[in-house]
Design a binder for this molecule. Structure first.
Ligand SMILES: Cc1cc2nc3c(=O)[nH]c(=O)nc-3n(C[C@H](O)[C@H](O)[C@H](O)COP(=O)(O)O)c2cc1C
Length: 173
């Protein structure tokens, strides 16, 4: 594992084609450890993670998400979920940023492990949230945030930075 090299950050790309090779459960464990190492407001960690490997469950997810067809092929899907009531007191929406940080950590850790992944958005699209909640039996006080398809790449994408100097404002806007 080599997640700390800056190259890994640029190498992370959305991969949407996967081989049938399974993901080692110990690697899934590392991904979950990476997720929960993310920063969160007040360190409240308002997250849960549903790990889906069963092909029928992944197929059910694919049926309710218009842009996640690749999860039928990827051997693993992780659905990071937020529990807003656990969020930083007085700022209930911080859970969204906490979950985004955790989700990105999963993607970067996957890259570091030599795995491929793609982040498929769920929150804040109400029909996706409800459908994913129904498929996975997620309680009403918990919101599915994203669906991450994970596996071994069957396509290659080049690393890149997307650096844009026009979006950098120094000292003030
Ligand atoms: C909030 C969010 C939602 C996304 N939803 C989807 C999605 O539903 N399906 C998909 O194939 N990719 C999805 N993506 C991946 C983006 O399309 C991808 O990150 C972007 O095109 C840049 O490509 P890269 O990840 O290879 O750098 C999503 C990314 C983010 C951050």
């Amino acid at each position: 594992m080599d997640v700390l090299r800056i190259d890994n950050l640029f190498a992370r790309r959305s991969i949407r084609a996967f081989t049938a090779e399974p993901v080692d459960p110990s690697q899934v464990e590392v991904l979950l450890q990476a997720a929960m190492a993310a920063p969160s407001a007040g360190n409240r960690k308002p997250w849960h993670f549903v790990v889906v490997t069963d092909a029928r469950m992944r197929e059910a997810l694919v049926q309710v998400h218009p842009h996640a067809k690749m999860a039928a092929e990827s051997p693993v899907a992780i659905v990071p979920c937020g529990e807003p009531s656990l969020s930083f007191p007085g700022h209930p929406d911080y859970w969204i940023q906490d979950l985004a940080a955790a989700t990105e950590n999963v993607l970067l850790a996957a890259t570091g492990l030599g795995l491929a992944s793609v982040w498929c958005g769920v929150h804040p699209v109400p029909e996706r949230v409800e459908a994913v909640r129904r498929v996975l039996g997620i309680p009403g006080n918990v919101t599915p945030f994203a669906l991450i398809a994970i596996g071994h790449a069957a396509e290659h994408k080049e690393p890149r930075t997307q650096y844009d100097a026009l979006r950098v404002h120094r000292e003030r806007w």
